[in-house]
Design a binder for this molecule. Structure first.
Ligand SMILES: [Zn+2]
Length: 383
């Protein structure tokens, strides 16, 4: 009797032992592993890469034995593959915000010929740059393939060469030699380059064809281009008081919205690059005559690339721009910086191709501004 009881006790122990073992194994099984806080909000999110089945599949062989097949891709979300590390992603690297003015003839300090502008696009494309909208850059929503670098295009003053219509055409379309036409044609040819630019215009006559203002502004917005504030009348803000500054910025928004209802104006390029002496607070927010404005980016003239939007030194109130010119650039024009990034690839922002993560070499980890991550997660790899 005693032996039977002992035997039953053994079986019972064995049963519970097995149960414990199963529970602990399943807790560590990869397919049940939850991702760490992807949301950044203290929530755990269970994700699965599309088309990436992590569970093992079992197949019967012809001889009847069961063979366990591992899935071809073992990639798990967030894990940095050797392929990705080969691209040397650095999302804490520097980004060029290019500043153009006129596109036309003759080439000058503030004028780029259509031929030279096309060459700029081709060179940027070949060197792995991709166009991203200014607002996406500022918010850190940079969604370009792994190994490529963002570049931001801006045009100041609303000169005619930015956007004019082909003459003698029954249907109005951007001329093939204006900035909009050139960028659209290039995008047709190289869709992966992207189509993005911000036009910083002022009034009364942006793009210098008064009969087409409404049509042009609506066209730009419909194509995903951004319209930016360059003050209402190209004012030198360093000479104005706080009321006058608010007037200049609010009137621009009011006027633009008369042409394009609900058009969002959330960036400002300072005319002459001049910063107000005291009232700089009103560059970001203010109101005049019932119109409020809010700028999420203030652009200087500058001479150097911007730090990454995830970098602790990123300052939306003072974003530097690079002169996209080859004349009088004093060694800090577009081609000087292209050359610099060729010689110092470690300085350049290089995408990891995954908008959920901010990836950089470990040596850059001290520069991370954690609040800028939002819902993204940072990950670092040894240099
Ligand atoms: Zn200007």
């Amino acid at each position: 009797m005693k032996r039977i009881l002992q035997h039953k006790l053994h079986i019972l122990c064995l049963y519970f032992g097995l149960l414990l073992l199963c529970t602990s194994v399943s807790c560590h099984a990869p397919e049940l592993q939850e991702n760490k806080d992807l949301s950044g909000l203290g929530k755990t999110v269970q994700t699965q890469e599309p088309g990436n089945n992590h569970s093992e599949s079992k197949k019967s062989n012809e001889d009847g034995t069961v063979k366990t097949e591992k899935p071809v891709s073992e990639e798990k979300p967030g894990v940095m593959t050797a392929e990705l590390l080969d691209q040397k992603p650095n999302e804490l690297g520097e980004i060029m915000i290019l500043m153009y003015h006129e596109i036309g003839y003759l080439e000058a300090e503030w004028t780029r010929t259509p031929e030279n502008f096309r060459r700029d696009l081709e060179t940027l494309y070949e060197q792995g740059y991709r166009a991203v909208p200014l607002m996406d850059f500022v918010k850190g929503n940079i969604d370009i393939p792994a190994g490529t670098s963002p570049v931001v295009f801006t045009f100041d003053d609303g000169n005619k060469g930015n956007f004019y219509y082909e003459e003698n055409e029954s249907e109005l379309k951007p001329a093939s030699d204006c900035a909009v036409g050139i960028m659209e044609d290039f995008y047709q040819e190289k869709p992966d380059f992207g189509l993005a630019a911000t036009f910083f215009i002022y009034y009364p006559n942006p793009f210098r064809e008064s009969q087409h203002i409404e049509k042009k502004l609506n066209y730009l917005v419909s194509k995903g281009f951004e319209i930016g504030n360059h003050t209402h009348g190209h004012a030198d803000l360093s000479r104005l008081n706080s009321n006058e500054i608010q007037r200049e910025l609010a009137l621009h928004v009011q006027k633009t919205q008369e042409y394009v209802a609900k058009c969002e104006i959330n960036s400002l390029a300072l005319p002459y690059g001049s910063y107000p002496k005291k009232s700089s607070n009103f560059l970001l927010e203010g109101s005049f005559d019932g119109t409020a404005y809010k700028n999420e980016a203030v652009l200087l003239v500058g001479a150097n690339p911007s730090v990454s939007p995830f970098h602790e030194k990123f300052n939306v109130s003072r974003l530097p721009r690079i002169r996209a010119s080859e004349m009088k650039t004093e060694g800090v024009g577009l081609y000087d910086w292209l050359d610099y990034f060729q010689r110092h690839p470690d300085k350049r922002y290089v995408s990891d191709g995954d908008p959920r993560y901010v990836t950089a070499p470990k040596s850059h980890s001290n520069f991370l501004n954690e609040p800028a991550l939002g819902e993204k997660k940072a990950r670092f790899y040894p240099d």
